[in-house]
Write a new protein. Sequence first.
Length: 293
Amino acid sequence: MRKEVVVGNKTISDNAPCFVIAEIGINHNGSVDLAKRIIDEAVMAGCDAVKFQKRTVSKVYTPEELDVYRPNFYGSTNRDLKNGLELSFEDYKEIDAYCKAKKIMWFASCWDKDSVDFIEQFDVPCHKVASALLTDDELLLYIKKTGKPILLSTGMSSMDEIRHAVNILGEDNLVLFHCTSTYPTNHNEINLMVIEELKKEFSCPIGYSGHERGLLPSILSVQVGASAVERHVTVDRTLWGSDQAASLEPEGLRRMVRDIRQVKLILGDGKKVVYDSELPVRAKLRKISKALV
């Protein structure tokens, strides 16, 4: 029997409604006000959670990387960019209070151990591991020590690398997300059938983290078996930022969540029946064969 994972007051499983995550990531551009606007859109769309990204800039990047000349929204170097995209403790306190008031969960992808400690101060319901960190055994073990559910993306990873990560984390309290790490992802590289392969091999819930343009792949992922769906979201794809183009705007987010919520209802249970609503039509139009009388 496939395992269930409880995140806050929601259950991620084959039998539960799809768990939808609005990935704010760094689309807030360092602004709490912009983050709140995106949170509002996620709430209006009916998402279950919003997600951020957290890095300790001096730990994730080398001084040489940070010193690279890179004109950007915040200054002239890569350091200016990376620091500009980070929110402070006070910012996250404000976001935490805002999400509680709006009754929506929030959590983050932490890129280093200090960031895990930072985010843990807010007693988040789970931790997300980005695809880039799937092979970071030390970080995986550190996150596992929190005892929180772990949501692990599998972009740019081989099956052997995924097996290794699952062996470290165990399948209890784990959700694996099929993912292709290109922004945006071409449709011929989405390969949703990988979800079925992951379900065959692992007993934990399987989700889908999409970076494509449009809605269809994310909706189809639920039909293939995804118990959770994550998409980057923004208020305007033309805003400055590297992830904006691969994000959903408010109307697209609302349509995606609406249609995801209908997938299991439309698929039904597979048992062929004559519905009560069909009986008047049947009585009016159907000619009954004598062999069936």
